[in-house]
Structures are given as C-alpha cells and as structure tokens.
Design a protein around this ligand. Structure first.
Ligand code: DC
Length: 223
C-alpha cells in the first residue's frame, strides 16, 4: 500500500507520516530530506542553487541514499550521514531552489518510485500524490494555519540549537511556499483525489485516528 502526504512546510507532514508508518508498519520516506541533501551538496561546494548549468554540472557526482536505523531514516550524501546538517535553516532555501530544476526532480523522483516498489510506504513531500505515487491508495494534503506552521518550524529549529524568530520563519516560509507552489514543474499543489486535512487544532494521535477512519471507510483497513 502507498500513502502520500503532501502539503506546505511546517504542516506536520513528517510527524504524521512517521506516526502512520509506526502504526501500520510501513516504511517512512521523507522526500524533502533528499532535496535538502542535494541543496547541501551545492552549498558545501559554493554552487549557486539557482545556477542551473552549474547544478547540472555537479549533479552526476551526487549520490543520495536512505538508510534505516532504529531511530528512523538517515540520509547519506555521497556516503556521509548528513541527517543533521540538512536541517540547518539555510538549507531550506537551497532545497527549495534546487527543487525547481527539472533534472534534479527526475533524479530524485526515480529513486523515490523505486523505493515505493519494494514495500508499503508512507511518503511525504510536495508532489507525492501528483507525480511520484499517482496511484497511491490514500493521498492526504495536510495543512495548518501559517502561524501554526511557523511556530512549529521555529520550535523544531530551536530544538536543534538554531534560534530563529517565529516572524523570520513565517516570512521565509511564505517565500518558499510561494516558490514551491508556483514553480513550472511538479508544483506543490494537491492531487485532484487528495483529501485535505487541516491539523491546526488537532493533535498527532487525533490526526492518526482520523486517517485510520478514512482507511477503514475506503475498505483499505479492517475496523
Ligand atoms: O519538506 P522540506 O521542507 O524538508 O522540503 C524541502 C524543500 O524541498 C521544499 O522547499 C520543497 C522541496 N520538495 C519538493 O519540491 N518536492 C518534494 N517531494 C519534497 C520537497
């Protein structure tokens, strides 16, 4: 079975996807981490992520792999575990910029499709329901109010020792979401058959419960 969770940054996609993966014993795939790894590669080599020829020149040397350990998904960039570095605030912009480049998307989309062929997955991102897993049995478009999303992202950064004000996060998030939504290729918009879920006022267990109910309603899960 395939569950696709799309939505803007800070909507709580990864928290929900991890909880669902645990609940149903599916593999969790965080596709944003893969775009972040490509963004990190460009940042580390001083490559402007908007300079398409320069990014394309570098791309053949980039290897992005996922590794699963007891504490969850780890991301390897050219063999090095960069799970922590990709969460730096600056890398969000690099990831959003490289994600506009069609060749970067093809490179990562193919990997994501291959992973989903091997087992049951909960995959989160921006184009999972529209491009990566168009036949997913369940597609959720997760959202929350901009203030809730900015607060969550600021808290997440603070936990990792990066202090950024909620106002700054909100402004950066607004710009990135606009860029992700309006890009020419695989824009971050809901699939036609996606179910919209706003979790601004819902806890994670409540959202999992709602999704469990949707799966039962679709006949994909026994009550
Ligand atoms: O979910 P995130 O913030 O880690 O994603 C980082 C960036 O990658 C974000 O700006 C959008 C982009 N992205 C994408 O274009 N397609 C995906 N499937 C996942 C992420």
């Amino acid at each position: 079975m395939q569950i696709a969770i799309d939505g803007p940054s800070g909507a709580g996609k990864s928290t929900l996807a991890k909880a669902l993966a645990r609940e149903f014993r599916f593999l969790y795939v965080d596709t944003g981490a893969m775009y972040r790894a490509v963004g990190l590669y460009m940042r580390n080599r001083g490559i402007d992520p908007l300079d398409r020829p320069a990014v394309l020149d570098a791309l053949p040397a980039v290897s992005v792999e996922l590794k699963y350990e007891e504490d969850g998904q780890h991301i390897l960039l050219c063999g090095e575990d960069v799970s922590r570095q990709i969460r730096e605030n600056e890398i969000s912009r690099y990831a959003s910029d490289v994600s506009k480049i069609p060749e970067v998307r093809t490179f990562l989309t193919e990997k994501q499709k291959r992973i989903a062929e091997t087992c049951d997955v909960v995959m989160d991102g921006r184009d999972i329901g529209t491009v990566v897993l168009p036949s997913a049995e369940l597609k959720i478009f997760l959202s929350a109010s901009p203030e809730t999303r900015a607060r969550r992202r600021a808290e997440e950064l603070a936990e990792k020792g990066q202090t950024v004000s909620v106002e700054q996060v909100l402004e950066e998030m607004r710009q990135r979401d606009e860029a992700d939504r309006t890009r020419d290729i695989a824009p971050a918009i809901p699939a036609e058959d996606a179910i919209p879920v706003d979790n601004s006022r819902m806890s994670v267990p409540e959202t999992v419960c709602l999704i469990r109910g949707i799966l039962i309603g679709k006949g994909l899960l026994k009550p």
